[in-house]
Design a protein around this ligand. Structure first.
Ligand SMILES: *Cc1c(COP(=O)(O)O)cnc(C)c1O
Length: 350
């Protein structure tokens, strides 16, 4: 605490990102980055931007990228909002669409940034318990609220909610915005973007950090009805006119122009996910069915905390959450075949 702080800073409980260790040669399976790397076309596009043009501000509206994303998803550019990572998009959503004096609903086990934004903007958050099998039950979202948000697939469980069930949440909340955070949708799920023209209360957010392997570039976006996008633009233009720099705009656009690379990388993750799942099951783990680029697993006998610690001693980092309901689980990012082999060997030795 300091007398220089705005009083509200005393109460902030910030998000704690997964560790980015400085040590080399670690098997880093803790922050759901893509092991396969971005398309070479992305690197070329960024290099082409490294010139005198950097003295000029970037396009504040990111028009070329919005057109590319709109075309890719079969919507119009006015339905696309860009942000500096989807975390920034989510922050603007909380500020611009979730302040209605009623609690917003999200699963009790979910992305831990949601309660952080609630704290930042003084929005009441109401955690809705997942079922015993860690699934979202749409029936639980039929209650008064100021908005609804959940990742699909959910994080850190990896469980996917079929689109019919997403629709039943949308239908139960026609007067509130329902946000589907699709950070992991490309690893086997179906995007709800196909529903945005049918549901004016639906907003879908996605990121280039996971499936497109660009966590370091910081690009995310939301797709929805133009009225929702207009709210986000008002917030953004009251905060930072240039959230995406020239390199990010160029690199992100190129990522959408290399569909073959994208497919190959997602397929690679899915194949490895199925192999890691079987190997873990053979070692006595219960693995939740995952449609993400990670698995969430607990061992029948060994504690999650002890396993995470022993793996770390072998130079393998996974994520362990010391939280109710999930403290026995490990969240393990799917890596390259070699990294996954190291993980399986490491666990077998325990
Ligand atoms: C990784 C992640 C994000 C944030 O992605 P960025 O675009 O890198 O900010 C958002 N939501 C969920 C559920 C995530 O796991």
């Amino acid at each position: 605490m300091s007398r220089f702080w705005s009083p509200l800073v005393n109460d902030l409980v910030p998000y704690v990102p997964g560790e980015q260790p400085k040590m080399a040669n670690l098997v880093k399976l803790n922050t759901n980055e893509n092991p396969f790397g971005p398309s070479p076309k992305v690197i070329e596009a960024i290099k082409a931007e490294l010139n005198d043009g950097l003295r000029l501000y970037p396009d504040p509206e990111g028009e070329a990228l919005r057109e590319t994303i709109a075309r890719y998803h079969g919507v119009v550019p006015e339905q696309v909002f860009l942000g500096n990572g989807s975390d920034e998009v989510l922050a603007h959503i909380f500020y611009g669409l979730f302040q209605h004096g009623e609690p917003i609903l999200f699963p009790d086990v979910t992305y831990s940034f949601y309660p952080v934004y609630c704290g930042l903007y003084k929005i009441e958050g109401k955690p809705v318990p997942l079922t015993d099998s860690f699934e979202i039950d749409p029936e639980d979202y039929r209650q008064p609220n100021g908005g609804v948000i959940f990742p699909n697939p959910n994080a850190p469980t990896g469980r996917y909610l079929p689109l019919e069930q997403v629709e039943s949440i949308l239908q139960a909340n026609p007067d509130r915005v329902v946000v589907v955070d699709e950070a992991y949708v490309d690893f086997g799920g179906e995007s709800a973007i196909t529903l945005v023209d049918q549901y004016p209360n639906l907003l879908v957010s996605q990121t280039l950090s996971k499936a497109r392997s660009l966590a370091g570039l910081r690009v995310g976006f939301a797709v929805g009805h133009r009225d929702l996008i207009e709210a986000l633009n008002r917030v953004k233009n009251s905060f930072n006119s240039y959230p995406l720099d020239r390199l990010a705009l160029a690199g992100a656009k190129a990522a959408y122009e290399d569909e073959a690379w994208f497919r190959k990388s997602c397929d690679g993750v899915i194949t490895e996910r199925e192999r890691v799942t079987k190997a873990l099951e053979n070692m006595g783990f219960e693995v939740l069915p995952s449609k993400a680029n990670f698995v969430f697993a607990r061992h029948k006998e060994q504690s999650g905390e002890a396993l995470a610690k022993s793996l770390r001693e072998q130079g393998i980092i996974v994520r362990h959450f010391n939280k109710p309901r999930i403290s026995e689980f490990l969240r393990i990012t799917i890596g390259t075949a070699e990294q996954n082999d190291a993980l399986i060997r490491g666990l077998a030795s325990l």
